[in-house]
Design a protein around this ligand. Structure first.
Ligand SMILES: [Zn+2]
Length: 311
């Protein structure tokens, strides 16, 4: 068994205005890092274009149409104050959704143990009817719905360690008792949601707000105390990961102080729990991470751990 890597060059056609942190160079830095010889064992696959019905697992048709209608012929059209679309953004977003769905299919079919989807735009801020925070569609939430509704799973867990709260994933899955959504994030910080008191319609949401300056040791203590016990008790049949690397100490958009080894530790523990409960089945998708060197090193450490646990 192996680890799959899903990518597509359409992710390079989602352009953002000069100076925007969520930029093409992120995908290029990841690709360069994952081209190193130690990643030769990856099963490399192209992210397919998602069918529109796939997007409708999480978003109403009128929202999909509004996003399609926002595609500019040239330049950029704003979606919100910090989210923009270029001519290639819609297809890139459908590749992000499609890559996550294909990764779920490959893992559940037993073709690979786990998978990483190096997609952009990211997805965890996209609510049911509102795209925001650099995100167009809810990539990982849609993947969860696919695993449940198409593949017939009963319990899917999502762990979101991006430095920002996964408000979109929470919004989409708030009232779905088949999903356990766990998000750790700096708080207060954009988008402002993610208080510990937000627990989902069925107690199926766990938010772990962390103060600015929280370092790796404090993060590990919080995960040991709250996240791992909750995740194990849920007995997931599949673990999905919103892998943002913007909690890195070098990241320009936030103020947590994790390092590359902290992301490796998180990945190791997630893989161990996946092995204990669901045959190692885990799908991880890229969210944030805006310092190019920290992003590349952290994502490489993440993928290396996935490979270590797919032998
Ligand atoms: Zn983020």
């Amino acid at each position: 068994m192996a680890t799959a890597l899903f990518t597509h060059d359409d992710s390079l056609r989602h352009l953002t205005p000069p100076g925007h942190p969520e930029r093409v160079e992120r995908a290029q830095a990841m690709a360069a890092a994952l081209a190193a010889p130690r990643f030769d064992g990856l099963v490399r696959r192209a992210s397919p274009l998602a069918a529109e019905a796939e997007v409708l697992r999480a978003h109403p048709a009128r929202h999909l149409e509004a996003i399609r209608a926002n595609i500019p012929l040239t330049g950029f059209n704003p979606v919100d104050g910090d989210t923009f679309m270029s001519e290639g953004s819609f297809d890139a977003a459908l590749r992000a959704v499609g890559g996550c769905g294909a990764a779920v299919d490959a893992v559940l079919a037993g073709e690979v143990t786990n998978a990483f989807v190096a997609c952009r735009p990211p997805g965890h801020h996209a609510e049911r009817s509102r795209s925001m925070g650099f995100c167009l569609f809810g990539n990982i939430a849609i993947a969860a719905k696919r695993a449940l509704d198409l593949h017939g799973l009963h319990r899917v867990a999502i762990v979101d360690f991006d430095v920002h709260h996964g408000n979109g994933t929470q919004d989409i899955l708030w009232d779905d008792p088949r999903v356990l959504f766990i998000s750790s994030h700096q708080w207060p910080l954009y988008p402002g949601t993610g208080r510990a008191s937000e627990t989902g319609a069925h107690g199926n949401v766990l938010n772990i707000p962390l103060r600015a300056g929280t370092d790796g040791a404090a993060m590990r203590a919080a995960y040991d105390l709250q996240v791992w016990p909750e995740l194990e008790e849920f007995e997931p049949e599949l673990i999905l990961v919103s892998a943002g690397f913007d909690a890195h100490e070098a990241d320009p958009l936030a103020n947590l102080d994790w390092d590359t080894e902290d992301f490796a530790w998180l990945t190791r523990r997630l893989c161990e729990i996946a092995q204990d409960h669901c045959g190692g089945r885990l799908v991880s998708a890229l969210e944030g991470g805006y310092d190019l060197d920290a992003l590349a090193a952290s994502a490489a450490a993440h993928v290396a751990e996935l490979m270590e646990h797919s032998r």
